[in-house]
Design a protein around this ligand. Structure first.
Ligand code: FUB
Length: 307
């Protein structure tokens, strides 16, 4: 595989990628996928693993954005968001998710805070799904001193966001503890207390989606991570644990999923370390496989065509 060395900061124009199986993007490393379906297109937002080969730690400084109308041909947009766009952040462009409200696009991401110990969650805003995005608040929406359930400094990561049918938006996040809180209509302030969901063997990477009247909360389970899921009739639970949705994805200790319905098909989007077998956990690549539901709403175990 030829790594072009194309960096997002150097990329000024859109580039078209024809994906021919998993991983779908091969000229750079992509991790922690989130996806947004908007006006006939899927927008895929990813982290960007940039550790030199043989370096086994995260080096992540910006986020990437790709769009597609058919899940095969992808347009790569210039990087729409960099950790430097948050003046209060130090580094670590970790996982996030974009949601649309009233024609604006809000991107919730985890970063290392510059002055408050630990990871924090920021929110950026744009007028178009592909950005460019700018810091929406000038400060973190979640910091380590707001969540006291654990002593770890990286519990405030992996935000997922969902707007319920009644218009109420929720931010859900966390490592070891799954936190959630309501968001105000402006999408950049919490509305009330931070609460928690209890889920068996919860590690991180929550993702909320809805399908045919059921709410689904999928998440990274144990470590190395599998993906598990729970179902509920309400976004606030109670959540009923339903089992493992995806096994460990090859040689990556982490996994991180997005689940969407698009053009009458359902997709499971995740990452593995297939491109760099000896350091897969820090050189990850996004993969996509189909997701199938049973008649009772439970989900069949994902068959990873990447394995
Ligand atoms: O990419 C950094 C971290 O690894 C994410 O926040 C976790 O979900 C795991 O994928």
């Amino acid at each position: 595989l030829a790594f072009s060395g194309l960096t997002a900061s150097a990329q000024k124009a859109d580039t078209v990628i024809h994906s021919n199986g998993n991983p779908i993007i091969r000229h750079q490393y992509t991790a922690d996928p989130a996806a947004l379906v908007y006006k006939g297109n899927v927008y895929l937002y990813t982290g960007h693993d940039e550790a030199p080969v043989k370096v086994n730690s995260y080096r992540m400084h910006n986020w990437l954005c790709f769009s597609s109308s058919d899940m095969v041909n992808w347009t790569e947009h210039p990087s729409p968001l960099n950790v430097k766009d948050f003046a209060w952040a130090k580094d670590d462009a970790w996982a996030g998710q974009v949601i649309e409200r009233d024609g604006k696009f809000y991107w919730y991401v985890a970063v290392e805070h510059g002055t408050i110990h630990g990871k924090a969650i920021g929110v950026a805003v744009a007028d178009r799904p592909e950005g460019p995005y700018k810091d929406a608040r000038g400060s973190a929406i979640i910091t380590n001193d707001m969540t006291t359930q654990t002593k770890i400094s990286w519990d405030d990561i992996d935000p997922t966001v969902f707007i319920d049918n009644d218009g109420q938006a929720y931010l859900i996040w966390g490592n070891t503890v799954c936190y959630y809180a309501k968001l105000k209509k402006n999408m950049i302030e919490l509305d009330g207390d931070i609460k928690t969901f209890t889920l068996p063997h919860y590690t991180e990477a929550p993702w909320i989606h809805k399908h045919k009247g059921w709410y689904y909360l999928s998440y990274a389970y144990e470590f190395p991570e599998k993906t598990a899921y729970a179902m509920s009739r309400k976004i606030t639970g109670p959540w009923e644990y339903k089992g493992i949705l995806n096994e460990i994805a090859g040689n990556s200790n982490t996994n991180h999923q997005a689940i969407i319905d698009f053009k009458r098909k359902s997709y499971f989007i995740y990452h593995n370390g297939a491109i760099t077998p000896d350091a897969g956990s820090f050189h990850r690549s996004v993969c996509i496989d189909y997701l199938y539901y049973n008649p009772d709403g439970t989900i069949k175990r994902v068959v990873m065509t990447s394995e």
